[in-house]
Design a protein around this ligand. Structure first.
Ligand code: NOJ
Length: 616
């Protein structure tokens, strides 16, 4: 029978010994919070930090698994599938922001840094997930949105309330400029700005339009590198610094193993707000490097002038904050993964930290930017990353980048290409990050009309910029309704290939992409040469086949990847590495029918992968 009595109040113990007994009973019944459980070791038996050997897996929580069938994924959904991730061989998950948020940018607009978004669950669900992860040896990494908050964060609401608010200086507020009659006005003018008043400078937002929004109450403009609903924090204010570091500590204390750091390039801006130089001759291009149809030279997808962001991107002050954050992370054996959009290896090197340690794993997007299967280009990029002096981190896709299956597979992607990508990602010297569904060969599903678009940048930039919905579709668990993601209405449509590419069907098929990923991860975990071994490029002039050795304490693994649609025969000369003509290969993993191979004449099928141990 239902009563109005609050659940649990009838068991409140009255005597002290009863209270003690109740506490003991509860302690036995409830799982200990993750932070109170034994912490996983920060170093392995050989003294290597855990993140060097870990396989990371990015989860977009809205799209992974929906436990309450509201059409949106949640933390309980993730927890209930940790066993799947364990069977895949994942060591750490990175969850994109799951904090309270109005969801304008699907969580990257945070309104409270120390709680869980109710749509995703509660702090108790979070603790449950971390505790369960510890049992399965899966660490949890969160996404720390440092550059900006939501415009509905209490800090911003205060800041916006008056020019004299104690939070005013937590964000970047400036007076506008009087209209310059000699210049065309900067489109789109903020309709709220009086008398054609112009923004404080020419900076544009990468989400479209000017990077400034006029606030009629206090009659000033605030700066937003991203959406107007994402005002930039003022990192020159020590109070901002302290508040954000307190938030980071909150999660470390709760057992998180690290952070992926969002938009770290843009924490600081030029204090004088100088105008960025325009790029009048540059034209927007697609992933393959072709100019976008209808693109206008010198204009971005939203019609704004393209510019070189020298005054609001990649300022040296960023590094000071990151070095301090690293010191905090080190107290917890935690890892920092950087969303570092570098233009070259010199910039990447800076993020590792030159005089002081900085980010352990700054992502190299130039690797993902190769964007086509090209042995010379991947070879070149890997050599550059190897030369940066830090521990490399590689990824092909994420929630902002078209899925690898389509980018590298072209209009008719095949599983052979997906296996080739696994062969590369999981055998390089460096930490791999998989994007959920990549292990299945999940494909992109771009919206077909503007009305369908959810992502704010797709709404604003359509049709030149279709937004990122395509790479964020629900995880494909089964071939049943909604791919087994939800029995409600999924927040985004399911990608077309779910009936063939899903966990259930692929688990049964020994030749599936999923089973190839599983085997490649298992191989990586069992072979020290694949994690700590040297990387030695072979046949460096070959236009089609990328081949390399991974050598560790007298063992050598050879990896050969045919990046072309034709069968290839290659002859690898390993005399420089101490292997004569009689050297043999013991196949460990291959997508090729032919397992019996010799380095002197290797036969690779179109897009074939061969990984084998070298024997003298
Ligand atoms: C980078 C994130 O990956 C992206 O999804 C987000 O929109 C921006 N930062 C703003 O936080």
């Amino acid at each position: 029978m239902m009563t109005s009595q609050k659940k649990g109040s009838s068991v409140r113990p009255r005597l002290r010994w009863e209270k003690l007994l109740a506490t003991l009973a509860l302690a036995l019944l409830l799982p200990a919070p993750a932070a109170a459980q034994k912490k996983p070791a920060a170093l392995d038996r050989e003294g290597h930090p855990w993140w060097r050997h870990a396989v990371f897996y990015e989860i977009y929580p809205r799209s992974f698994a929906d436990s309450n069938n509201d059409g949106i994924g949640d933390l309980k959904g993730i927890t209930s599938h940790l066993n799947y991730l364990k069977s895949l061989g994942v060591d750490a998950i990175w969850i994109t922001p799951c904090f309270p948020s109005p969801q304008v940018d699907f969580g990257y607009d945070v309104s409270n840094y120390t709680d869980i978004e109710p749509m995703y669950g509660t702090l108790a669900d979070f603790d449950g997930m971390v505790a369960r992860g510890r049992k399965d040896h899966i660490r949890v990494v969160l996404d720390f949105v440092m550059n900006h908050t939501s415009d509905r964060h209490p800090w911003f609401l205060q800041s916006k309330s008056s020019r004299s608010s104690e939070y005013r200086d937590w964000y970047i507020w400036r007076d506008g400029k009087p209209p310059d009659v000699s210049q065309p006005p900067m489109p789109p003018l903020d309709p709220n700005a009086p008398g054609g008043e112009q923004p404080p400078n020419n900076w544009t937002s990468i989400f479209g339009g000017t990077a400034w929004k006029y606030d009629p109450t206090t009659q000033q403009w605030y700066y937003h590198f991203f959406d107007p609903a994402q005002p930039d924090l003022n990192w020159r204010n020590p109070k901002v610094h302290d508040a954000m570091f307190r938030a980071a500590r909150f999660w470390f204390e709760r057992g998180v193993a690290g952070f992926r750091l969002d938009a770290v390039d843009t924490l600081f801006e030029d204090p004088d707000l100088r105008d960025n130089p325009p790029l009048p001759n540059v034209i927007l291009r697609d992933a393959a490097g072709n100019p976008l149809p209808n693109a206008v030279p010198g204009k971005d997808a939203y019609g704004m002038p393209l510019q070189r962001r020298i005054y609001n991107d990649n300022l040296p002050e960023n590094h000071v904050v990151l070095q301090q954050l690293r010191q905090l992370a080190d107290q917890y054996g935690a890892v920092l993964i950087g969303e570092t959009w570098t233009e070259n290896i010199a910039q990447l090197r800076e993020y590792y930290g030159e005089s002081k340690a900085e980010i352990q794993l700054p992502m190299d997007f130039l690797f993902a930017n190769v964007n086509r299967l090209s042995a010379p280009e991947f070879r070149r990029q890997v050599a550059l990353v190897e030369s940066a002096g830090g521990w490399p981190v590689y990824l092909f896709s994420n929630h902002d980048i078209t899925r690898a299956y389509n980018r590298y597979g072209g209009p008719h992607p095949t599983d052979q290409v997906a296996k080739l990508l696994a062969g590369l990602l999981l055998t390089l010297r460096g930490t791999p990050i998989l994007y959920y569904g990549e292990e299945l060969g999940m494909e992109n599903r771009d919206p077909v009309s503007r009305e369908e678009v959810q992502d704010p940048i797709g709404v604003r930039g359509w049709p030149l910029e279709k937004g990122r919905d395509g790479e964020r579709t629900p995880m494909q668990w089964t071939s049943g309704p909604n791919a087994g993601f939800t029995s409600g209405k999924p927040w985004l449509p399911i990608a077309a290939n779910y009936q063939t590419h899903n966990v259930e069907s692929e688990s049964r098929d020994p030749n599936s992409v999923l089973n190839f990923y599983r085997a490649a991860i298992r191989l990586r975990h069992r072979n020290m040469a694949l994690v700590e071994g040297n990387y030695v490029a072979l046949n460096e002039r070959d236009p089609n086949v990328m081949a390399y050795l991974r050598q560790y304490r007298g063992h050598a693994l050879l990896v050969a990847l045919n990046m072309s649609p034709q069968a290839q025969t290659v002859s690898l000369d390993l005399s420089g590495q101490g292997y004569g003509v009689k050297a043999r290969l013991h196949a460990l993993l291959t997508s090729n029918a032919a397992r019996d191979q010799k380095p002197a004449s290797m036969k690779l099928e179109p897009y074939g992968v061969f990984i084998g141990e070298l024997k003298k």
